[in-house]
Design a protein around this ligand. Sequence first.
Ligand code: SF4
Ligand code: SF4
Length: 678
Amino acid sequence: MTQVVQWFAILYDTVMMALNFLIFWRLLRAEYVSNRAVMFFSSIILYMAAEGFALGYIIYEGGSPIAELPALVLASVPLLVSGAIKPQNVRLQGSVKYSLLLATSLVVDEMGMGYLYAKAFGVNLGNWLVDSVSNVAFGLMMLADALFFLLVSRRRGKPEYALFTFATAMVFLPNVVFVYGKMIMLIFSILSSVIMIINIVLLYLVQLSGFTFRRQFFAISMALLNFLMMYGLSDFAVTGSLVVLSLTSAISMAWYLFAEVWESKDVKIEPRPGLTFLFLVLVNLAELAMGFGMTVFGFRTSLDLFMPSSASGAMGHMHAASGQMAMSSTMSQSGNMPSGTTSGMNMGMGGHMSMMRVQPWSSWDPLWWLFPFDIYSMMTMMKISGNALINMFWSSFMLIMMTTMSPFYVIMMGSEMAFLVWERYRRAKNLGVKRWALVILVSIPIFVVLVPYYTPYYVFGMSGMIIPVEVIPYLISLGAVAIAVILLGRRAYCNAVCMSAHMWTNIWYDQFKPKRHWRGWDYLRWAFLVPAIIVLVLYPLYGLGLLQPPAVKLPGAESFANFILDFYGMFVLNYVWWFFFFLTPIFGAYSCARQGWCGFGTLAGLGNKVFFKVKANSVETCRACRSVECEGACPVKIPIRSDVLLKGYTNRIACVGCGDCVEACPYGNLTIRSLIGR
Ligand code: SF4
Ligand code: SF4
């Protein structure tokens, strides 16, 4: 009997879905349709929704058939209203009102069918919204919608593929498969994040491809809904409740269906920096929410799956529970902490704070390298003061720092940026710039992920989260970077090693070239250099035991000196940097180099003074030049022409070696020269 009712639910959902597609196919194919027909069909779809809810409630929940009555009355509203309005033919795709009506009707119907399926298969979480949305039938309907609308679409370009990937990302959210266990949920949520990153890349391309109302509407609204979805995922990861995730899925689905039906005209609008900025903020919020949610969810789930004896309930999990902790500091305090040692860096504000992470290779958790810590638990553990303002700063610092240090976030962001760098490679005309774009591409997996996260060799960055940066590898890394910047100039660090280059040296961020430069930054950069040098020198001195840190202690802190050193590195490279990246439309690309607040970059810039130069093939060409396009293209506002007129080349410390000036010169008059390569 149970099987019969289950088959009935599947059959009902399949037939109703086919009917929906038939209605939409007919309506979308017609150039003009009667407004009364749209409302009639809207009621038909809503009747199906009412039936889905009613059947689920009456057959499987033992509810009263009377309950169906108000649902049917509500479903009749469009039909009743259609009798009162003036009949006319309308272009469905051009009408916000009718598109919205049909999209809402369809999503309610799919929720009704999802509800019926959930009841037939015994999914009962005590909340009708969760039961309707968080089940595999609703996921399959979303997938069917994504395929159907892509197939019937009259256009087939980046916006349409962006819509398709947006819907597909929803299909793989963990709430869809929560009855199949944690492993499936984890695999699905990783897939969902990957598809969302593809969607964001498409949104960047849509946003870049022209300032039309349709493109900006698509890019901005989809970025907002990506954020909403990932917010739902984060809420699920932290609380274990499916309510918010189900709600955000339903809202996103309704918006998706509306965007599929409503075909706004591709009319040109005035370029507005505010819109671009809004898009950037929303995309970054979506990525942050994804990084946070997935790291927490991945950490807790993999711990439960692979190290169940370490897991201790839904909250507060840390891989540290396995007893395999190590410092998260850039360099272990002793400088040579052996792998597998149980330790911790007590940043101990009031004894609460222990930043810990799993030691590699000593764990059976195959996902330790992707989800090494629980951001939420660490944030809540690390309250440092009763002062609300200090706590607000500290919580935001921890949230951004831990999320941007999470390997999952870095890998996802790296993949996204790699595509935009690849596009730069494709579009570059100059061979040298093309080659350098390839160097950046290869550097992303090596220097942004592999070296800092999974080896003790890393400098100028404090995110050696899994293996601590140890003193000897640290000195070797420092030496290697020094040699590289001598041979290749600052670009060896600012393009190949630092993640900012991958973000700022790509086709999308290229549009944020600052127009002016304040001379004061040229002097202030030296002030920023001082703390960077102090940090870089103190680390090995403390690590080798050649210098004793001052005996000053914070309340409960093990070592004030190490805390300050760690804090400075993380503050500059994970917090300040991230805000400048977030605010690129205001501060411009490469604000770190132009304004000089990255002392590590300024130090690397000294390498420009050895073998590196941006050389003019002919000084006379520059003398006669009126456009000076090279300077307009330079993200750090170097006075290239006056430098060339003075000495035939430019090699200022601020030059990041991006090659934009080389590409921009209409006469092909510039070449980047260094000891290795041009
Ligand atoms: S490098 Fe090219 S754009 Fe710049 S001043 Fe010389 S000729 Fe003009
Ligand atoms: S001078 Fe040329 S290579 Fe150097 S930062 Fe400016 S645009 Fe890039």
